[in-house]
Design a protein around this ligand. Sequence first.
Ligand SMILES: Cc1cc2nc3c(=O)[nH]c(=O)nc-3n(C[C@H](O)[C@H](O)[C@H](O)COP(=O)(O)OP(=O)(O)OC[C@H]3O[C@@H](n4cnc5c(N)ncnc54)[C@H](O)[C@@H]3O)c2cc1C
Length: 126
Amino acid sequence: MKNYDVVIVGAGPVGLATAIGLKACGIDNFVVVDQTTEFRRVGQILDLLPNGLKALKSLDHAAYEAVKQTGLDFYQKTSNSQQAKTARWIQRNFQGEEIQSFPLNYDAWLAEYGEGRISLPWYDLQ
Ligand SMILES: Cc1cc2nc3c(=O)[nH]c(=O)nc-3n(C[C@H](O)[C@H](O)[C@H](O)COP(=O)(O)OP(=O)(O)OC[C@H]3O[C@@H](n4cnc5c(N)ncnc54)[C@H](O)[C@@H]3O)c2cc1C
C-alpha cells in the first residue's frame, strides 16, 4: 500500500484546484479520491464568472486557456445579415415582461469586470 503526503477527498472544483495548487508548490505525492465509479460525460453546463476565471488564471494559466477554448459560443447570426448578435439570459414575469437580463458572451463581461464569463459542460471543466 502506497503512502501519500496528502489525500484529497472529492474531485470537484475545490479538490481539483487543490491538486493543481499542490503540484505548483512542488508537492507531487498526493492522491485525489472520489466516490464516483467512473468519470463520464454527464452533468449540466455551468458558468464560470469573472472571479472564478481570475482564480483559475492565477492557479494555472494553461487550464485557464483550455477552459476559454472550451467555452460555448453565445454569438448568434441574425437572420438578415452576417452580423453577430450577443445572446442574453432574460428573466420575465408572468405577464411576459422582461424584468432582468444580462449578456452571455465573454467579451461583454470582460469589458465590465476585467474578465469574461464562460459557460461549459461540467465534464470539460473537470
Ligand atoms: C444545480 C447547480 C448549479 C450550479 N451552477 C453553478 C454555476 O453555474 N457556476 C458556479 O460557479 N457554481 C455553480 N454551482 C455551485 C458549484 O457546483 C459548487 O460551488 C461547486 O461544485 C463546489 O465544489 P466542491 O469541489 O466544493 O464540491 P463538489 O463539486 O460537490 O465536489 C465534491 C466531490 O466530492 C465527492 N465526494 C463527496 N463525498 C465523498 C466521499 N465521502 N468520498 C469520496 N468522494 C466524495 C463527490 O462525488 C464530488 O465529486 C451549482 C450548483 C448546483 C447544485
